[in-house]
Design a protein around this ligand. Structure first.
Ligand SMILES: NC(=O)c1ccc[n+]([C@@H]2O[C@H](COP(=O)([O-])OP(=O)(O)OC[C@H]3O[C@@H](n4cnc5c(N)ncnc54)[C@H](OP(=O)(O)O)[C@@H]3O)[C@@H](O)[C@H]2O)c1
Length: 259
């Protein structure tokens, strides 16, 4: 894809799942990568091995995004690894499933919002400030979810965080357009990852999900990587403040009886 060769991209949450898929695709596109992880050291070593085998230069950096006070230091370190960054992919996230009644004190709610919403807010703002200071353009991709648009039981914390993330995508795109900084979101549907692979690929479960998707199958982490590469590339230079839904058509279909 045009304009990605040698670009310096920070991907948060690159130790498994969609983040690892993004890293693989961006490595193929010739990007230099800063790969963030929190606890999964084995996973990030695997991602590093994969991207290096594809010829990419990459560096690894750790941070727990629940510790919001550490984010400035984390970002400053990440910025310096390749003497600046051209792009930021806010991918790290926690998928909280809990009923509101079970989380009455809002402990899970607060943690979910810290990792999925406040951390991207702070990281994007640090990135924008650094780009403005360096007098350079920048591009941000926020990995949201279809739960930012249509949700269901168990997801009050998660959906609130993703709806909030979509809001930030739009507001920050508006605020930073004049500085040459683009901000877009990605809204994946159901993508099996290490965390969910076993359960989603049980035949009964797979049939239940896949019959609801016009595309008839789950998405893949590499497809999310391709979409991210597109949003980072010159092909979308006039695109900002948008959220790209990529879900095999799942939420295009309303909750009508099947005919
Ligand atoms: N898979 C799907 O179907 C799907 C659909 C829509 C949206 N998404 C979004 O895609 C993103 C990636 O999720 P995934 O499905 O690929 O799951 P995953 O494999 O569990 O990846 C989550 C990533 O986030 C990192 N992370 C979790 N808690 C963190 C914390 N406290 N501080 C810093 N990093 C943290 C993890 O790091 P460590 O493991 O190293 O701790 C890991 O790298 C999330 O934002 C999720 O909401 C996923």
């Amino acid at each position: 894809m045009q304009g990605l060769k040698d670009k310096r991209i920070l991907i948060t949450g690159a130790s498994s799942g969609i983040g690892a898929g993004m890293a693989k695709v961006l490595a193929r596109e010739g990007c230099r990568l800063v790969l963030h992880y929190n606890r999964n050291q084995h996973g990030i070593e695997q991602t590093l091995k994969t991207v290096e085998s594809l010829g990419a230069k990459a560096q690894v950096i750790q941070c727990d995004f629940k510790q919001l006070t550490q984010l400035t230091q984390f970002f400053n370190q990440a910025w310096l690894l390749f003497d600046g960054l051209d792009g930021l992919v806010n991918n790290a996230g926690i998928v909280t499933k809990s009923t509101s009644l079970k989380d009455a004190e809002g402990e899970q709610f607060a943690q979910t919002l810290a990792v999925n919403l406040q951390a991207p807010y702070q990281l994007s703002t640090a990135f924008a400030k650094a780009c403005i200071k360096a007098k350079q353009p920048g591009v941000i991709v926020n990995n949201s979810s279809i739960h930012g648009q249509a949700t269901c039981e168990w997801f009050s914390a998660y959906a609130a965080s993703k709806m909030g993330l979509d809001a930030i995508t739009k507001v920050q795109a508006v605020e930073w357009g004049k500085h040459g900084i683009r901000v877009n979101g990605l809204a994946p549907g159901v993508v099996p990852v290490e965390r969910t692979d076993k359960i989603l690929n049980q035949p009964e479960m797979a049939a239940k999900w896949c019959e609801r998707m016009p595309a008839g199958r789950y998405g893949t982490t590499e497809e999310m990587g391709e979409a991210t590469a597109y949003l980072l590339s010159d092909a979308t230079q006039w695109m900002t403040g948008s959220v790209l839904t990529i879900d095999g058509g799942l939420i295009a279909r309303g909750n009508y009886p099947v005919r």
